[in-house]
Design a protein around this ligand. Structure first.
Ligand code: GAR
Length: 204
């Protein structure tokens, strides 16, 4: 059994999709913990309902980013993770933290990276007038919203789309690609070679 630790900041629907897929598809993995930097994160209630251990490490309790990241790392490591999954975890991470989880930390970002890193990605897409938009699963590196790309999904941008309608269309697809990518990792089909992602043919 491999251990997955999932980090959230809010409602945690991607986390829920991963928890559900792990259970339904009987992954050789346990969700060891759901950790939030916000005590009020909605996703924590879902985790508790599913009897998954939860923890809160509130960034507001720490004077510096580095102090917070050290505390967070200690809590994460107490669950002995093989993989750390950022699922709507809205924090910029220090280099030391990122390096500690080198090649074993994934993130999902709601755009087709390298387009539209940062916040308000759906607004950015509408403002740019792109005809397609989407989401990206990637390994986390020190550069924000960069890192080797594992999977991407494309959705159309439709006439009359608002930020909300576009976000909803993207999110539905996130819930498909993120559990799939996590499963690839857990089953040993996902590797980094020279900073490029290799997915074994058997997994696709
Ligand atoms: C998701 O759309 C995710 O891609 C995005 O936050 C949302 C979290 O939703 N993540 C980022 O913007 C990270 N840069 P969720 O809490 O319902 O999974």
């Amino acid at each position: 059994m491999r251990n997955i630790v999932i980090l959230i900041s809010g409602r945690g629907t991607n986390m829920q999709a991963i928890v559900d897929a792990a259970s339904v598809e009987k992954w050789p993995a346990r969700i060891a913990a759901i950790i939030s930097n916000k005590a009020g994160a909605e996703g924590l209630a879902f985790a508790t309902q599913k009897n998954i251990p939860t923890a809160v490490v509130a960034n507001t309790d720490y004077a510096t980013r580095e102090a917070f990241d050290i505390a967070l790392q200690q809590v994460i490591d107490s669950f002995q993770p093989d993989l750390v999954v950022l699922a709507g975890f809205m924090r910029i991470l220090s280099n030391e933290f990122v390096h500690h989880y080198d090649a074993r930390m994934l993130n999902i970002h709601p755009s087709l990276l390298p387009s539209f890193p940062g916040l308000a990605t759906h607004r950015q897409a509408l403002d740019a007038g792109v005809k397609v938009h989407g989401a990206t699963v990637h390994f986390v590196t020190a550069e924000l919203d960069h890192g080797p790309i594992v999977a991407q999904v494309v959705v159309p941008v439709l006439a009359g789309d608002t930020e909300a309608s576009l976000a909803e269309r993207v999110l539905a697809e996130e819930h498909i690609i993120y559990p799939r990518a996590v499963r690839w990792f857990i089953e040993g089909h996902l590797h980094l070679e020279n900073n490029h992602v290799q997915v074994a043919a058997a997994a696709r």
